[in-house]
Design a protein around this ligand. Sequence first.
Ligand SMILES: Nc1nc2c([nH]c(=O)n2[C@H]2C[C@H](O)[C@@H](COP(=O)(O)OP(=O)(O)OP(=O)(O)O)O2)c(=O)[nH]1
Length: 137
Amino acid sequence: MTEPQLVVGAAIVDDLTSPNTLLAARRTEPPRLAGGWELPGGKVEPGEAPVDALHREIAEELGVKIELGEELVGPVDAMWPMASGYRMRVWLARVTDGVPAPIEDHDDVRVLGPGEWLDVSWLPADIPIVRALLNRH
Ligand SMILES: Nc1nc2c([nH]c(=O)n2[C@H]2C[C@H](O)[C@@H](COP(=O)(O)OP(=O)(O)OP(=O)(O)O)O2)c(=O)[nH]1
């Protein structure tokens, strides 16, 4: 049996220890996911370390550099289950250089303020992740 494909995502916040804001990005593809909001990120390539993949994806998708904080450990083998057999690992992250913009794979980004973190139409798999982020502190 093949291993589930690993996806990495960044929960981009304003402060790694006491976050007030969370960045959400709206997907453009594929059609079945377009319009859904997600944590930016993507698939880990063969031989690539997950955190390297996350830095690469965030640079490609949003044009920014990030530093990583804690990993948000998920409920299935420490990962977050998603549709199509994917599993996602998620890290808190903070922008260290640049201003996030929807360069690739997204057509909008929103910085959700306090009380707004559940206000966008997250992809179904992301809702428990956002709830876990809200319950961290
Ligand atoms: N990046 C990301 N993908 C998510 C999230 N939630 C969720 O269900 N997914 C799904 C959507 C996709 O089926 C899969 C990730 O694929 P992707 O399309 O982002 O990966 P990628 O950028 O490497 O894309 P590609 O090269 O294969 O086109 O995981 C999320 O929060 N972030």
